[in-house]
Ligand binder design. Sequence first.
Ligand SMILES: [Zn+2]
Length: 304
Amino acid sequence: MSGVVAADGSILHHSGRHLHANDGPGGVIRTVVSAARTSLGGIARSSLPVGIAVAAQVDPRTGTVVHAPNLGWRDVPLARRLSEELGAPVAVVNDARAATIAEWKYGAGVGATDLFLLILGTGVGGSAVMGGQLLEGATHAAGEVGHMPIIAGGRRCHCPNWGCLEAYVGGWAIAERAREAVRADPENGAALVARADGAPQITARTVFEAYRAGDLLAGRIVRETERFLADGVVGIVNAFNPSVLVMAGGLVAGMPEFLPIVESAIRARCQPSAAGARVVAARLGEDAALVGAGIVARDYLAPP
Ligand SMILES: [Zn+2]
């Protein structure tokens, strides 16, 4: 989606376009350019700085997409190519980091100088603001807690490792665990299979819906997910010592019950120095990355 982000963090001229990874960089860039032109057409100034958030490893200094597994891109100079097309300065930022900046400046983390944003969606991501600065890391990837192992020799992850937090509580992993559970226990799994219209179609969402409808097997999956999530969060809060943990992403929206579970795990099991961290739900929803990209463009590209 694209839009113009106002000085107060609100979005003007919101519009959505679908990108197709198999269009390649050229096709994706054409779509982004046309979306940006549509948004910018709604206001008089076409030379406004442009920010773009990408689900990828990004070098924010050069605006290069270093590696985007979902798009199949490596080393695409996105900022330079978009800037040539749009005639405006362009900043490129990783989507989780953009969301963190947005929640920090205009969302659930306003006023905090030390916060961690944990994103529970299909994958598990995160990033930290420490001492009032976004924590970067050597390759701008600090905070990738989804790939923090929680079980030695555990489930295969989508990264090169086994036993990662994401391999248990990511949306894809919840679905995978549920499919295994219904195969192992067809009798108790029948209702979930029927709800999803077939075992291969089971998703985290169908698990949560079945849980709400009182399904025992779905309830077991949710309880196990809570335990894995609590273990992961205790490690994150001990390691980063945030004053606020912001929980974002589709799984949190679908299962707000995770928040009090996470909070009580922090109180009971974190180091006493870290155990006071507040747990709050993200406020900006799906707009967070867009707002964050706008903030990055404004703060790093706009003339003073
Ligand atoms: Zn992993």
